[in-house]
Design a protein around this ligand. Structure first.
Ligand code: NAD
Length: 428
């Protein structure tokens, strides 16, 4: 494939934002190690399809607000695209494009028959009522009807969306078809075909990957002091699992700030507090710290489970953890990666560490298609097997090629997609 003409190469792409550039820069770092053909690499640098919709929502007071919504599908080479829907003020086409690309490598690394997608609506969900969020979700789903489907693109929960959001999406889609289509989304309630282990899957998977890394390093997980940023689906469950396994969780945080106790926090009590109050705001279970301070606390393992771009060139020198586990997507900038590498702080990369969610989503989709459901223990065991297989491939490749775990994880995913694209050929 020849390079694009000069004018095209310099035309700004609609999804060209710092996060998208970071995803492409990571890809470009991995490509020489992956050793894939140039035309394949060029194709994979861009999302296949990106759409923007404007969603009119009637607010409780009666007036209408129009919200921008996005869905980006990066690659459909291995199967339907798959990825979360987030509601957040920072959602943009570029953010979705970056996250969709990471989803492609993640699914391929786990050897799931999916490509990557991501979507969301730019809104402030905390300031909206439940009926407003429901109307927003139903209209957004309706606007996406031409591009989603169980064999096309399958949404899932992400930041500020949950089982309820997925239930509304599934119902809206099913109403258009005239029959129940549970396989259109994953992460939905168990009563409508959800998987018994999906809610815990990402956080539990983060801890499974941490455990494998500790085994390799000869550390005991239950002897580690852990800090967890983010107390939502991923961080809350990861903190819970760590606490249950006997590790000392010395600090946790959410958007309202952090709580620190060197003696270790009572995680079930904090979960109850957050459930009752909607967040950790006002909680006095330990010393209050800011989110910036939390990232720099003295600890063994720092779990990043809030959002992207948290460890940067600015604060990476001050991180005191020995290991970082990326539960969130893209929480470490390229510059930070370099600094952490120089400081020999091991980073368990997002596309491996938080892959438990999409893996159990895949199990959920398979169960929905077959109308045959597995037990919690079966799902947990299958997840552990999948994550451990991917972990070992990444660890061995990193040792063999003397690259970071992130590069090794990306290379493994990129190679899977490249092999498939080479076999299929670039159409027409
Ligand atoms: P969530 O909305 O359930 O939780 C996010 C948490 O982070 C909340 O506690 C929020 O208060 C907190 N938070 C937000 N901004 C913060 C900040 N600046 N500092 C500290 N805390 C902050 O979302 P989630 O589903 O847990 O997703 C978290 C991250 O994990 C995202 O990057 C998401 O893409 C990624 N992820 C989620 C899943 C999943 O299955 N839910 C799967 C893979 C990756």
């Amino acid at each position: 494939m020849a390079s694009p003409p000069e004018a095209l190469a310099h035309a700004p792409l609609e999804w060209d934002t710092p996060l998208y550039r970071m995803a492409v820069a990571q890809f470009d770092q991995a490509v020489p190690v992956a050793d894939i053909p140039d035309d394949i690499a060029e194709r994979l640098r861009y999302p296949e399809r990106s759409i923007i919709v404007s969603i009119p929502v009637r607010m409780d007071e009666g007036h209408r607000v129009v919200f921008p919504g996005y869905r980006v599908q990066h690659s459909s080479i291995l199967g339907p695209t798959k990825g979360g829907i987030r509601y957040d003020l920072e959602v943009s086409l570029g953010e979705c494009a970056a996250l969709a690309m990471w989803m492609t490598w993640k699914c391929a690394l786990l050897r799931l028959p999916y490509g990557g997608a991501k979507g969301g609506v730019r809104c402030e969900p905390r300031s909206m009522s439940l009926p407003e969020v429901e109307r927003l979700t139903r209209r957004f789903t309706s606007d996406l009807l031409p591009v989603i489907g169980p064999q096309e693109d399958i949404p899932a929960p992400d930041m500020a969306t949950n089982e309820q959001t997925m239930a509304w999406m599934m119902d809206t889609y099913s109403m258009q078809r005239g029959y129940a289509v549970p396989e259109i989304v994953t992460g939905k309630p168990i009563s409508i075909g959800g998987s018994v282990f999906r809610h815990e899957a990402t956080g539990a998977g983060v801890v499974m990957v941490m455990m494998r890394a500790c085994d390799k390093l000869g550390w005991r997980l239950d002897a580690q002091r852990c800090v967890v940023q983010g107390f939502g689906n991923v961080g809350g469950i990861a903190a819970h699992e760590l606490h249950a396994l006997g590790a000392r969780v010395v600090a946790v945080s959410d958007v309202s700030g952090g709580i620190h106790s060197e003696a270790g926090l009572d995680i079930p009590a904090l979960e109850e507090y957050a459930h009752l109050h909607g967040s950790l705001e006002g909680c006095t279970a330990g010393l209050r710290v800011t989110n910036e301070e939390l990232l720099e606390l003295d600890c063994d393992i720092l779990v990043l489970a809030a959002r992207e771009d948290q460890i940067t060139g600015e604060n990476a020198w001050r991180v005191r953890a020995r290991m970082i586990a990326e539960g969130a997507n893209g929480p470490t900038s390229l510059e930070a990666d370099q600094i952490l590498g120089e400081r020999r702080i091991l980073v368990l990369p997002d596309i491996l560490t938080n892959a438990g969610g999409v893996t159990v989503s895949y199990f959920e989709w398979v169960q929905d298609l077959g109308r045959l459901f597995w037990t919690r223990d079966e799902i947990r065991a299958k997840l552990a097997e999948k994550l451990s297989d991917a972990f070992d491939r990444v660890w061995d490749l990193a040792e063999d090629r003397e690259v970071s775990l992130r590069t090794a994880a990306l290379v493994s995913g990129i190679r899977e997609v490249s092999n498939a694209l080479e076999a299929r050929g670039i159409f027409p």
